[in-house]
Design a protein around this ligand. Structure first.
Ligand SMILES: [Fe+2]
Length: 360
């Protein structure tokens, strides 16, 4: 640790006594506010995280190579390869609060059962054949499906198919790491099921729009529904655009359909710390530029477009992932249509009354 005398106008005049005082601070593990205030109390959020893009065409080959070289099993637990934001010191953190990783499972492989306090989800941009088993309930994973899994539920994965499968894991690992809330327990070495049903027990109980089982009337902090299927998401977005074309209010902006995945017991976010949404931009649509306190990770599900995050702009295509750090302006546009999956730490900011946004 180092307390520096800068000699700037708002700082004490450099002198031998000031230097001696600062060395005394250092040896006593003390830091004065006046040398740090610009960094600690900026006029608006200045995230250490940087806007960054990971191309799916680069991610998938390295995940496949890891599938050849790296066993999956107890200890490593998952063949998951995390996005490391270049502003976050080489840690496997996409943003200061969010983890995003590509996970890869070969035919017949099991990712062992464990549980942890971190809240998690899976999102599938392509492929099928893996069942995620949550508290003994096998849940099929297919393209476009969103599969949330609240903290402290036992879970493992099994690839029942004859083909490898890759998907995206999102978790609040960095957030829970920073605040020191993580607990972890090992479970069985296998996914503990030979069942591969097309419909999970969670979906049979909860997957009927607007219908709530009378056995489960209490609100829960995370969703009990373990899969949100692509056919429902796709239909909801298509119908918003169709209603807009018919002259009804249904979209967040012209040509911009959007849905939030919600907990059917509360109508709020699916997980206490992570918000997940799906956005569809119709052809020849552009969004306003938006700043939000809090960070997001996006994955392109389908289509192509231009995205701008702060000073960075990219042409994106299927599977590409990019980060929007706190308060960095974000906008997107597309000529042929663009489907975007998004996850963010918005529930944390809202619970703490720190959420702010600006649209221009
Ligand atoms: Fe896990």
């Amino acid at each position: 640790m180092r307390v520096r005398s800068t000699g700037a106008a708002d700082q004490p005049k450099p002198s031998a006594e000031i230097e001696a005082l600062y060395r005394d601070f250092e040896s006593a593990m003390l830091v004065p506010l006046w040398t740090e205030i610009g960094d600690l109390m900026p006029l608006h959020p200045i995230s250490s995280a940087l806007p960054h893009l990971w191309r799916w065409r680069n991610l998938l080959p390295v995940a496949e190579k890891a599938g050849e070289l790296v066993p999956v099993g107890r200890g490593g637990e998952r063949r998951a390869i995390a996005l490391a934001n270049p502003g976050l010191g080489g840690r496997p953190f996409a943003t200061p609060t969010l983890w995003a990783a590509i996970q890869f499972l070969n035919p017949g492989e099991d990712a062992p059962v464990h549980r942890h306090t971190q809240h998690a989800f899976r999102f599938v941009v392509e492929g099928e054949g893996v069942w995620t088993v949550v508290d003994g309930d096998p849940v099929a994973m297919r393209r476009g499906d969103f599969l949330p899994q609240a903290g402290w539920n036992w879970h493992g994965h099994r690839n029942f198919s004859d083909r490898p499968m890759a998907w995206i894991d999102g978790l609040d690992i960095p957030f829970q790491h920073h605040i020191g809330s993580t607990f972890f327990e090992f479970g069985s070495e296998t996914a503990e099921t030979d069942e591969a049903p097309p419909t999970s027990r969670a979906e049979r109980l909860w997957g009927h729009p607007g219908l709530r089982p009378l056995t489960h009337l209490r609100p829960t902090s995370a969703t009990p529904l373990l899969a949100y299927r692509w056919e429902h998401t796709n239909r909801a977005l298509s119908e918003q655009l169709a209603l807009e074309a018919e002259g009804y209010a249904a979209t967040v902006a012209p040509g911009h359909a959007a849905v939030r995945y919600t907990n059917p017991t509360t109508g709020g976010d699916v997980l206490p710390t992570v918000r997940t949404e799906f956005h569809r931009l119709a052809p020849d649509t552009g969004t306003a530029s938006r700043q939000e306190a809090g960070s997001s990770v996006f994955q392109v599900f389908e289509g192509t477009g231009e995205v701008t995050v702060g000073d960075a702009s990219w042409t994106v295509e299927r599977g590409d992932l990019f980060v929007v750090p706190s308060w960095q302006p974000f906008s997107a546009s597309t000529e042929h249509g663009l489907d975007l999956f998004r996850f963010s730490d918005a529930p944390i900011f809202e619970q703490l009354h720190l959420d702010r946004r600006s649209v221009s």
